[in-house]
Design a protein around this ligand. Structure first.
Ligand code: SAH
Ligand code: SF4
Ligand code: F3S
Length: 468
């Protein structure tokens, strides 16, 4: 892997690019929340260098596509978009097209070779170089930087928020991953795990609070391995950071993602249960219910150990929701392994799940050592069974909410009607209710009357004055 051990060069002065480029930057983002967060960092870096952000692609002088490599179909989608950009480029000479993010890191120079229309390729740790690389690309040269860093966290950059609700925001607290699950491309595209200075995390939350935000999601591929050992702060692990953030900003709801089952500690669970503004929702990807498959995946826990963590969550935190990720049809998965996944789902009673067919990723440990031998139709059938079961579990979970009252943070107006608002409860379930004068950013107590497959529907139990 191409990985520098030194900190990336930081441009000492900003470079004014307005003369060499033909207009503002448009950025399209694929993949996980970390990519959304990175795009906000990229926009901030561009802004500092005199390039403004546009949401209108027709008006753009630079198009950046922030890409994902997690499954083959994620990459396919990007190839499709590149074909569209090629046509735009033919009509608009001087338009620059750049690929950034995980596909840039995975495919490197090959992207410049195979897609002649691409002007620049930049990996996730090289965004500070964007202005100088754009300048290079503006002179007609192809520009590339895919160096990974052991230190870069973009801690000093204030991301420019692109969400349009002004209520909830992502804050990256670490980058990279050291886990090397055998199917996963992330350790190769994002490099080694590194945590961000807690002072800079708290400062960023403070800025969000001042800007009126009411909810923050702390992000990392494995937030439970957050670690900071510098002197001068009492914060060392994730639960310290989470607790400090929640205490310092009691008006802000704290969420976090993702928790690795091997590392989720009782200390964290007790922190959640005693801190009202930490949300009671844990995303705990299981991947498979079979210990044999989990071992082949290099997940670092067995079925029993996973279920013990689920039991600990249920025991320690009252009313905590649990969601998960599941992969169907991993290498050598038998019908029995698959049934174990189904039975684990029934035991865990997930409130929500993201479910995928195994997609072999080149150069991962699984691709190198394990044949992708479950036939496509079997993968599809197993995935379908998993989705059907989760549909039932999600309905059961929502049914259990009928008659309960939840504090909902309003995010916006419902798609179906201007007279209705939507938001989420602490458990991360979407709740829709009559607006009754409330607005985005308000906390409203909502009594749940019914549910659809995706949402809870209720009524506010207090008037405006009564709402918090
Ligand atoms: N860091 C997180 C999630 C990373 S990617 C974690 O460890 O839980 C999000 C999800 O994509 C994973 O949880 C996994 O379910 C899925 N995924 C990753 N690689 C995959 C692959 N090669 N094929 C299918 N699904 C995959
Ligand atoms: Fe991938 Fe595993 Fe790291 Fe998650 S923990 S990003 S699945 S290697
Ligand atoms: Fe995709 Fe990279 Fe995220 S591979 S899931 S965008 S870390």
């Amino acid at each position: 892997m191409n990985m520098s051990s030194k900190k990336q060069h930081i441009s000492p002065a900003t470079i004014n690019l307005t003369s060499s480029s033909s207009g503002p930057v448009y950025i399209e983002t694929y993949g996980c929340q970390m990519n959304v967060s990175d795009s906000e960092v990229v926009i901030s870096i561009m802004k500092e260098n005199g390039i403004h952000h546009t949401t209108d692609i027709e008006n753009a002088g630079i198009i950046l596509i922030n890409t994902c490599s997690i499954r083959e179909n994620a990459e396919q989608r990007v190839w499709g978009r590149l074909d569209v950009f090629r046509q735009m480029k033919m009509k608009k000479p001087g338009l620059l097209v750049g690929i950034i993010g995980c596909m840039a890191e995975r495919l490197k120079e090959d992207l410049l070779e195979s897609k002649k229309l691409v002007d620049l390729v930049i990996g996730p740790d090289a965004y500070r170089e964007l202005p100088s690389l754009l300048k290079e690309a503006g002179t007609g040269q192809k520009a590339i930087n895919v160096l990974l860093s052991r230190e870069e966290t973009y801690a000093d950059i204030s991301p420019v928020r692109t969400d349009n609700n002004g209520v909830s925001a992502f804050v990256s607290i670490m980058r990279g991953c050291n886990n090397f699950c055998s199917y996963c491309v992330v350790p190769y595209t994002r490099g080694r795990e590194r945590s961000r200075d807690p002072g800079s995390v708290l400062r960023e939350i403070g800025e969000l609070s001042e800007a009126g935000y009411r909810e923050v999601t702390l992000l990392g591929q494995n937030v439970n391995s957050y670690y900071w050992n510098n002197t001068g702060t009492a914060i060392t692990d994730f639960s310290d950071l989470l607790e400090k953030a929640a205490h310092e900003y009691p008006g802000i709801r704290m969420r976090f993602s993702t928790s690795h089952p091997r590392d989720i500690s009782d200390k964290l669970l007790y922190t959640i249960t005693r801190t009202p503004n930490i949300c009671k929702h844990i995303h705990l990807p299981v991947q498979s219910g079979s210990s044999r498959i989990l071992q082949l995946m290099n997940r670092g826990y067995s079925r029993e150990q996973y279920l013990e963590r689920v039991a600990a969550i249920r025991r320690i935190i009252k009313d905590c929701s649990i969601s998960t990720d599941i992969i169907a049809g991993f290498c050598s998965e038998t019908g029995d392994d698959h049934r174990q996944t189904l039975s684990l789902m029934e035991e865990a009673v997930y409130d929500f799940a993201f479910m995928f067919k195994y997609s072999e990723r080149p150069d991962t440990r699984a691709a190198n050592n394990l044949p992708d031998d479950v036939p496509e139709d079997v993968k599809s059938r197993r995935l379908k069974e998993i989705i059907t079961l989760q549909g039932k579990l999600s309905a059961k979970s929502k049914k259990g909410d009928l008659g309960k009252t939840f504090e909902v943070l309003v995010e916006g107006t419902s798609k179906k009607s201007d007279n209705e608002l939507f938001g989420r409860n602490s458990q991360n379930k979407v709740v829709v209710f009559p607006a009754n004068g409330f607005k985005p950013g308000d906390y409203v107590n909502v009594n749940i009357l019914r549910h659809t497959s995706a949402t809870l529907i209720g009524v506010p139990v207090c008037d405006l004055e009564g709402g918090k």
